[in-house]
Structures are given as C-alpha cells and as structure tokens.
Design a protein around this ligand. Structure first.
Ligand code: GDP
Length: 342
C-alpha cells in the first residue's frame, strides 16, 4: 500500500518541491512497483494520501507530456484487449514503452470491474517494457476519469512513451477518454447494424480513427462496413475526417497499417499546432472539472441546502415547482447575502 514514509508527515510549512517524494525517485528509475504504488496513492480518497498525491504530481509534472496518448473504445467483445495486447507487443518489440490504463464505468454500477479481469493481456502485462493498470474499482465516472488523468501523468514521468487509455463503449466514458487523449480510436464489429448504432449514438463524432476489427470473420461485411462508415464521416472536432481501417487483432493483421495511420495523424496534428492546442484545452477542462466538483460538493454539504434539497427536488419532480424557482430558493439558502440570488 502507500503507507510508507511520506512527505505528507512533514509539517505543512516545510512541505514543497525541495523534498523529493521517494516514489518519484522510484518512478524516474523505471521501478514498476513504485509506479503501481503511486497510482494507488492517487486513487486513494484519504485526505493525507490526496495531499501527498498532489505534491507527487507537481514534482512529476516536468517529466510529463512526451508520450502519445491513445484512447481506445468499443463495445464489450469487440476485441479491445486482443487488439491492445497485439498492438502493445508490436510496439514494445519496436523499442517503445507502453502503458495501458482503463476507465471502466461499469465498475460503478456492478461493483466489479469488467476491464479489471486479471487474465486480460497476460503476455503484454508480463513484458518489462509494458505496464497495465485496471481501472479503479470505485468512484463516480468523473472521479475515475480525474484519477486517470493523473495516472497518465505518472506513467509518463516513469518513461512510458505510449499511453493507451481503454474504455468500454458505453456512453459518457468515451467522451471522458477523448478528453484526456491525443487520438481517439473506436473499435467496431464488421456488421453495419453495430456501426449504425454507434453512429446514432454520436460516438463516431469523437473518433479520429475507426477500426473494424474481426475482419477475418467476414471480410466482405467488413469491407462494406468500411465504405459505409467512411462515406458517412464528416471532419471531426480536430478538423480532419477519421480514417476507417479494417484489421484482425486475433491474427495480428493490419496492425502496422494502423500504427502508420496513428503516426501520420499525430504528425499532421503537430504540424498544424492542433496537437498542443488540444492538450491545452484538456488542461483547461481539467481545471474547470475540478472547480465544478468542488463547488458542487460545497453546495451539497451546505447545511441549509442539504436540509431543503430533497423536499425542493421532490416538488420539482412532481411538477409543483419550476426548476428555475427551485434553483432560486436553493441559491438563496446557499448565499443569503448575495444580491444575485434575489
Ligand atoms: P473486449 O471485451 O473488447 O476486450 O474483447 P476481447 O479482446 O476480450 O475479445 C472478445 C473475443 O473476440 C475473444 O474471444 C477474442 O479472441 C475474439 N477476437 C478479438 N479480436 C478478434 C479478431 O480480430 N478476430 C476474431 N475472429 N476474433 C477476435
């Protein structure tokens, strides 16, 4: 665990960047156990752990940012872990250091992590140039995503130059991953029905690359899906239409082509300045997410608001009070002296 000697035990006045956290020394020397401990530390919600985590992250910051951050999503069974393992093994063979982090929104609902299954990516997990971390097993989606943002910084400071953030293709978690990676890859099955579903859900809007996996099962359907999806694409938020590729993760076919496309897209984004721009936007979004979370916590914990919240909420739900009126009442309780709440 993370209870060994720590700067958090140093008095506040003496804390700061001059005392280097021993975990950072471990991270910098490539010690994977130190990295695992550091991530456990940032996942902890204990007050003293949070304090130490923040100092550690601040100290790690100068060593971060140099990796390519790749988001990968797709419905359960599409082949994410097969794909990431095959890709990861190809990349470590080329001399890269690959970290895989996961955001799993289902862990919140079911209490168990479907991405946390220990049998996934066994070969990659045991490779010395790889690091795989299942998702935290608790917390809200926002919370888990926030921890993942921090984990990305930690793995980068430990020298991993390719960071893959994986999520299950359900709703919000995809946008959360797109918000913390440089390129977002959506895995699809070679059947138009699935692809259309994803298009309807608006998920493809976020994808920089769309990969039709399991092409070996039905090459014709995969080719058809590829052309249908390619035709339906519009330029993404990054200003370029996503590439649509076919591959077979199981057979390892199409991986080199995939990696070429990733590098090509990253180079194109760098050349136009959009790569850095996107990261800057992500830092800004991270700050605002924290502000929202803090204000929300403060609002809900306010004694008068806390007491009135449920009855007011019920009145709104039952159509007896307009939400606008409810918010006014609650804001008056929260900030009785502010003229804007009157
Ligand atoms: P995940 O839930 O998205 O991580 O999916 P998995 O990687 O666990 O894959 C689900 C199943 O699909 C497994 O039985 C894999 O062996 C299989 N699978 C993955 N990729 C391919 C592929 O390219 N072709 C075929 N035929 N099967 C695949």
């Amino acid at each position: 665990m993370v209870s060994d000697s720590s700067p958090a035990k140093v008095p506040c006045s003496e804390r700061g960047s001059s005392i280097i956290d021993p975990l950072l020394t471990g991270l910098r020397s490539g010690d994977r156990r130190a990295l695992a401990k550091a991530i456990t530390l940032i996942e902890s919600s204990r007050e003293d752990h949070r304090e130490r985590a923040e100092i550690l992250l601040a100290q790690a910051l100068p060593y971060t940012g140099a990796s390519l951050r790749l988001g990968i999503s797709g419905v359960p069974g599409v082949g994410k872990s097969t794909f990431i393992e095959a890709l990861g093994l190809m990349l470590v063979a080329q001399g890269h250091r690959v970290a895989v982090l996961a955001i799993d929104p289902s862990s919140r609902i079911h209490g168990g992590s479907i991405l946390g299954d220990k049998t996934r990516m066994e070969q990659l997990a045991s490779h010395p140039a790889a690091f795989i971390r299942p998702s935290p097993s608790s917390g809200t989606l926002g919370g888990v995503a926030a921890r993942t943002r921090e984990a990305v910084l930690l793995v980068e400071s430990a020298g991993f130059n390719i960071v893959i953030v994986e999520t299950v293709g359900v709703g919000q978690s995809e946008t959360a991953v797109a918000d913390l990676t440089d390129l977002f890859v959506l895995l699809q099955l070679p059947h138009a029905g699935d692809d259309l579903q994803a298009m309807k859900r608006g998920v493809m809007e976020w994808a920089d690359l769309i990969v039709i996996n399991k092409s070996d099962l039905d090459p014709e359907a995969a080719a058809l899906a590829q052309s249908q999806i390619a035709m339906a694409q519009r330029p993404t938020h990054l200003g370029q239409a996503p590439d649509v590729l076919r591959l077979s993760a199981l057979r390892g076919e199409g991986l080199h082509d995939f990696w070429d496309r990733v590098q090509h897209q990253a180079a194109a984004l760098r050349a136009t300045g959009r790569f850095d721009q996107r990261r800057q936007e992500q830092w800004r979004a991270w700050m605002w997410d924290l502000i929202h979370a803090r204000l929300m916590a403060k609002f809900c914990a306010h004694p008068a608001v806390h007491e009135a919240l449920r009855p007011i909420e019920n009145a709104v739900v039952e159509g007896q009070m307009l939400p606008t009126e409810a918010v006014k009442k609650l804001m008056r309780l929260f900030e009785p002296s502010s003229p804007s709440t009157h």
